[in-house]
Design a protein around this ligand. Structure first.
Ligand code: BDR
Ligand code: CA
Length: 305
């Protein structure tokens, strides 16, 4: 059983990632923490709550975290997922989220649980994780695995020519986290741009005729026209079946700007997979068996309410 924290900014692909995690009998979602990213953190937290409730996960606590990037006084949100973050799909009012800060909750969970027992999937800007690392240096090294959707190694960015959105939204945080020495598996645009949804596949989710299938179908109607990619689903899918992905070992640094390169992720070296002593050492997913991924996600959704 994987004990999992999900740090997210729902976001439609975040919503699908939460649903995918909820579908698995092998995953115990310990907590969901939210951060300002696609939308401001209060909206993200409410959306996470709604999606978990829809997925039969009403017992999973949701915490709100950082409202602003680490060293900026303005958030860099986007409207790719609509004003409400869920493509205008009305999932009803959100139940209350937990009191207290997501950052302190992450620190507390990682400190309380035995070393290398918790896995964390970070699918929004990395502000909460960087603040956790600053609050308690070394805390991210206690993770069994830190799965991150972010960056673009050999690809053009998707928010600027140089940068991918999650890194651009808080480059300082990304640098702190990627250089923290944690056991990171990164899912950059290089791999997530291979995870393309087709209209037929979206239709098949809707046709499941379940609450989650219908919600996913509606959310994806508008989103897929803009960005038909299962970005945030990739780290969760890796957790469920590593064989879907091909990874390589590399060092990564982040350009913190300002300027045209701000938020760019740069692979400082690419080394053999077994060279675990190379530092900082990150596994980066570079390709995915896309058809198998889509089939696996569809099968998982068939298990959801
Ligand atoms: C990332 O940006 C967000 O819009 C998505 O939710 C995903 O986490 C892709 O660049
Ligand atoms: Ca996201």
């Amino acid at each position: 059983m994987t004990q999992l924290i999900i740090d997210c900014d729902p976001g439609i692909d975040d919503a699908l990632a939460l649903m995918l995690a909820a579908s698995s009998p092998d995953v115990d979602i310990v907590a969901v923490t939210t951060v300002t990213g696609n939308r401001p953190v209060e909206i993200a937290a409410g959306n996470a709550r709604r999606i978990l409730d829809l997925s039969g996960m009403a017992g999973v606590p949701v915490y709100a975290g950082a409202a602003l990037p680490i060293d900026r006084d303005q958030a860099r949100c986007n409207l790719v997922h609509g004003e409400d973050g869920l493509g205008g799909v009305d999932l009803g009012p959100a139940m209350a989220i937990e009191p207290g800060s997501a950052v302190l909750r992450i620190v507390e969970l990682l400190t309380r649980h035995p070393e290398h027992s918790l896995t964390l999937a970070a699918i929004g800007p990395l502000t909460n994780l960087a603040l956790a690392e600053r609050t308690s240096p070394g805390v991210l090294r206690r993770l069994k695995q830190l799965l991150i959707m972010g960056g673009a190694l050999h690809r053009r960015g998707n928010i600027t020519p140089a940068a991918e959105f999650n890194v651009y939204a808080d480059p300082t945080a990304a640098k702190i986290v990627l250089e923290a020495g944690a056991r990171i598996v990164l899912f950059p645009l290089d791999v997530t741009e291979q995870a393309v949804m087709s209209a037929e596949w979206i239709g098949a989710l809707s046709n499941l005729d379940t609450a989650c299938g219908r919600a996913a179908g509606l959310m994806l109607q508008a989103y897929a026209a803009r960005d038909p990619l299962l970005h945030d689903v990739c780290p969760i899918a890796y957790l469920l079946d590593r064989s879907l992905f091909q990874v390589q070992r590399c060092g990564i640094t982040v350009e913190c700007g300002p300027g045209a390169m701000e938020g760019k992720t740069i692979a400082t070296f690419i080394g053999p997979l077994d060279d675990a002593d190379a530092q900082p050492s990150i596994l980066a997913a570079m390709s995915v068996r896309a058809t198998a991924l889509l089939d696996a996600v569809h099968a998982a959704f068939a298990r959801l309410p």
